[in-house]
Design a binder for this molecule. Structure first.
Ligand SMILES: *Cc1c(COP(=O)(O)O)cnc(C)c1O
Length: 393
């Protein structure tokens, strides 16, 4: 019989599991906001060795997931965040000071663009946007204050490729860092560090988790830089929570199986669409008609190019609507990188706010449909698109 109330006993039960010397085969989810200590000696040791204290500072599920990402990206260390945007903003806030200058690819993810145009100027940082197709223009935009050059590997939704090696050279010749968003491509297709990137960011929400059920982001860079970014992230409140990190860890473990399959299916779909009478253009690096084919073949490895593609049908919004309704499998979704194939219509969603003339210059017309390819059987998926395209007959 206990001397304490059952209420108190219940609160302190589970002690044998908590002080675990178990060896679980998979990583458990550490759903705890803190790790307890006993006595000043243990408290001092834990803080001195950067052990686990409070969840926003460090958490075992983030550590474990970060190790997986470091392996995949081929980088020294990684940090895990509550979202891709958390990873981007925390890194920029750490690296940049008032008076600094950033060069950014003009064709980037919408919210990253807004950070560059709305948040960084408030911090006294100037941003110059450059079309990265002409690397000479990047070199021309460099100033003595240029600290950072920012890019994605493939642009959304036109899938224009950036010559990372050339951009890295410009950055390093001028004492700047190259930061690359690898979300569309993932380290299964390309590892930007091999091409000279200093910092790689991923939205884990997309292909790397791949199951459309968690939001997260990461950065991969040197240990020294991670050690600088981690305390800033802790203050900004951007680190990821244990459960999302655990879910993403579970998802990322099959990325090496899912992604080559999805990229293979994307290649097959791109080919079928490119031969279709109602499709005037398909953007995918696997196609022989891809304008940067030689560069793509130099940059991408054996696993594939990417699981994203876009294509152009006649500019008839009513027919495009009918086409989307006629598809048996893909649904419209304002995200990408899931198990199911999803699509979006950039002109009425992600690029709604961009003037028509500017959009057309970027290659984004009202006939463009963007596809995030999932893991369906390639023949089934191609047949579904061919059938739905009959609405244009
Ligand atoms: C989704 C996305 C992001 C932002 O990631 P979140 O996890 O949604 O914050 C950044 N870059 C690219 C290319 C993306 O597709």
């Amino acid at each position: 019989m206990s001397d304490y109330s059952y209420i108190t006993e219940a609160l302190y039960s589970g002690e044998t599991v908590r002080g675990m010397s178990l060896k679980p085969e998979s990583i458990p989810c550490f759903l705890t906001t803190a790790f307890t200590m006993r006595g000043f000696k243990e408290v001092q040791e834990t803080y001195a060795t950067k052990g686990y204290t409070y969840v926003r500072t460090r958490n075992p599920n983030r550590t474990a997931l970060g190790e997986v990402i470091s392996c995949l990206e081929g980088g020294e260390a990684s940090l895990v965040f509550a979202s891709g945007m958390g990873a981007i903003t925390s890194t920029l806030m750490t690296l940049l000071n008032p008076g600094d200058h950033v060069i950014c690819n003009a064709n980037i993810y919408g919210e990253t663009f807004e950070v560059m145009t709305e948040i960084l100027p408030k911090c006294g940082v100037e941003v110059t946007f450059v079309d990265y197709q002409n690397t000479d223009d990047i070199a021309k935009a460099v100033r003595p204050q240029t600290k950072l050059i920012y890019s994605e590997v493939l642009s959304n939704p036109t899938l224009t490729l950036v010559d990372l090696e050339a951009v890295a050279k410009i950055a390093h010749d001028n004492g700047a860092l190259l930061m690359v968003d690898n979300t569309f491509t993932t380290p299964i297709a390309i590892r930007p560090i091999q091409f000279g990137a200093d910092i790689v960011i991923n939205s884990l929400t997309k292909f790397l988790n791949g199951h459309s059920d968690a939001i997260g982001g990461s950065i991969t860079t040197t240990q020294a830089l991670c050690d600088k970014i981690q305390p800033v992230a802790m203050l900004l409140g951007t680190p990821g929570d244990p459960f999302s990190s655990w879910l993403i860890h579970r998802g990322i473990n099959t990325a090496s199986l899912r992604l080559p399959q999805a990229m293979h299916t994307a290649e097959k779909l791109a080919k079928v669409l490119s031969e279709h009478r109602h499709v005037s253009r398909v953007n995918h690096p696997s196609l022989s008609t891809y304008p940067q084919k030689a560069l793509a073949d130099r940059m991408f490895g054996k696993n594939g190019y990417c699981a994203m593609l876009s294509f152009i049908v006649p500019e008839d919004l009513e027919k495009i609507d009918q086409f989307m309704l006629a598809l048996r499998f893909p649904r419209y979704a304002p995200t990408l990188g899931g198990l199911h194939t999803t699509l979006s219509h950039p002109v009425t969603s992600s690029h709604m706010g961009v003037p028509d003339e500017t959009r057309r210059k970027m290659g984004i017309t009202p006939g463009m449909i963007r596809v995030s390819v999932g893991i369906e059987d390639p023949d089934d998926l191609a047949a579904d698109f061919e059938n739905a395209l009959k609405v244009f007959d």
